[in-house]
Design a binder for this molecule. Structure first.
Ligand code: GDP
Length: 444
């Protein structure tokens, strides 16, 4: 054929499964997976709390934790043992879920959870954005000790910045862990004060009150994480533990019948029988063995040879699943982290110019920017400031503003001037300029 013609990938028997119907049938049997991102000011106790969650839910065995305790005591930091749990499971994590966002999974009787997190990483914000784009919930960890909540909550603190970021990336549900209350003898007044201030702030950030919850807890002692506090310790609180709250907070329903979209988080060789494997989370739609796919902005086709959902072989997968796809008929170098997997008959057509609803972190004018979508980015320009919007109800507060101030919600026009980016309506984007995150939001 013509040199420009793409080779046809091999045909693999396709069972023509009605995936939507199969999914409905399997619902009661399969545990639904929810992704969560952990956010909060430095030293709020994110690693400790997550280590506690993994330890008390039985992911980490007793021998490992004892080894960490001894090592931590040797350096005089016994409390570090829990935080190390995250790193350990990080190393041992199976290939495939993702490479640059630390991933840990745990199960309870009622649910399956994947923690997308990178606490301790120096370059935390880009990691967090990548995590937030895939998250169903955010767990916001707050250090309740005197002065510390206030430090995280001031202009430079990360409490506000992180909460705004996850909200502008589309996360609707936030669980606030009011942490380190062991240091304050479980002071109810302090808990109420933090809850009141945070409710006010989260409301202006665009969270609905029914989607916020507050748990008084201590990651260090484990009270109200997986286990209830001893009787009498927190007499004023009879609400759920953190894990109970996670179990009841169902992820937002996914559009499993729509056109397939999955952003690649990893590409690797799966061995002799599976020369090329990609992994990621299906954002929209469904896929089955035998389907022909492309990874936009690339245009090479491939056949799905095999599927794994949560590391178990499957014939199909739907939105919300973390999957690995084994591919035939494509070379590894035609697949990039950040590419969007689509069916060949309903591919994403990258937008060049579009409107976006964004939250500004810095002052915005018509200016040069870098547009980030997951792990991909391209240069671009803000061409027009369309309007500023009310954060509560989204109505227009000012048309054609001269500039958009930090903290404002706005509609702007963006032109991609660099390489094509896989952007369409609903894509989550982050805008950066001079190494700073200046805005984040969603393509309209
Ligand atoms: P991160 O930076 O948010 O990941 O915070 P870490 O988990 O590394 O914790 C920072 C410090 O706070 C460490 O010294 C922890 O031992 C301590 N810490 C974390 N959680 C608690 C808690 O619930 N109570 C107390 N008393 N200390 C805690």
């Amino acid at each position: 054929g013509e040199p420009s013609e793409k080779p046809t990938p091999p045909k693999i028997a396709r069972k023509k499964i009605d995936v939507v119907a199969e999914y409905e049938k399997s619902k009661s049997k399969r545990k639904e997976n929810a992704n969560l991102v952990v956010i909060g000011h430095v030293d709020a106790g994110k690693s400790t709390l997550m280590g506690r969650l993994l330890y008390d839910s039985g992911v980490v065995d007793e021998r490992t934790i004892q080894k960490y305790k001894q090592e931590a005591e040797k350096i005089g930091k016994s409390s570090f043992a829990l935080a190390w749990v995250l790193d350990q499971t990080g190393e041992e994590r199976t290939r495939g879920v993702t490479i640059d966002i630390a991933v840990n999974a745990f199960e309870t009787e009622k649910g399956r959870f994947t923690i997308l997190d990178a606490p301790g990483h120096r370059d935390f914000i880009p990691n967090m954005i990548a995590g937030a784009a895939q998250a169903d919930f955010a767990v916001l960890v707050i250090d309740s000790s005197p002065g510390e909540f206030e430090a995280g909550f001031n202009i430079r603190g990360q409490t506000k910045e992180h909460a705004l970021l996850v909200r502008s990336m589309g996360v609707q549900r936030i669980i606030v862990a009011v942490n380190k209350l062991d240091l304050l003898h479980w002071d109810q007044d302090r808990f109420d004060e933090i809850r009141q201030q945070m409710t006010q702030f989260l409301t202006t950030a665009g969270f609905q009150s029914k989607n916020m919850s507050f748990i008084p807890c201590s990651g260090l002692t484990g009270d109200n994480i997986v286990r209830k506090p001893k009787e009498g310790l927190v007499p004023w609180y009879s609400g759920p533990t953190l894990i109970e709250e996670l179990e009841t907070a169902k992820p937002v329903a996914k559009a499993i019948e729509k056109a397939l979209r999955m952003t690649i988080t990893d590409v690797y060789r799966g061995g002799v029988t599976n020369p090329v494997t990609i992994s990621g989370r299906i954002e929209v739609g469904n896929v089955q063995v035998g389907d022909t796919i492309i990874a936009v902005p690339g245009d090479e086709r491939a056949t799905v040879k095999g599927i794994e959902v949560d590391n178990e072989a499957a014939e199909w997968a739907v939105a919300g699943n973390n999957v690995q796809l084994h591919l035939a008929g494509i070379e590894m170098d035609h697949l990039k982290i950040g590419d969007v997997v689509c069916h060949t008959d309903s591919p994403l057509v990258p937008l060049r110019e579009f409107e976006a609803k964004i939250l500004a972190f810095e002052s915005l004018t018509p200016m040069m920017i870098d547009i980030h979508r997951g792990r991909l980015n391209a240069s671009g320009r803000i061409t027009k400031l369309v309007a500023t919007l009310d954060k509560g109800n989204g109505t227009i507060t000012k048309k054609k503003p001269r500039h958009i101030g930090p903290g404002s919600l706005a509609m702007i026009n963006i032109l991609v001037t660099g390489a094509p980016l896989p952007l369409e309506k609903g894509s989550k984007i982050v805008l950066r300029a001079d190494g700073l995150t200046v805005a984040a939001g969603v393509v309209e």
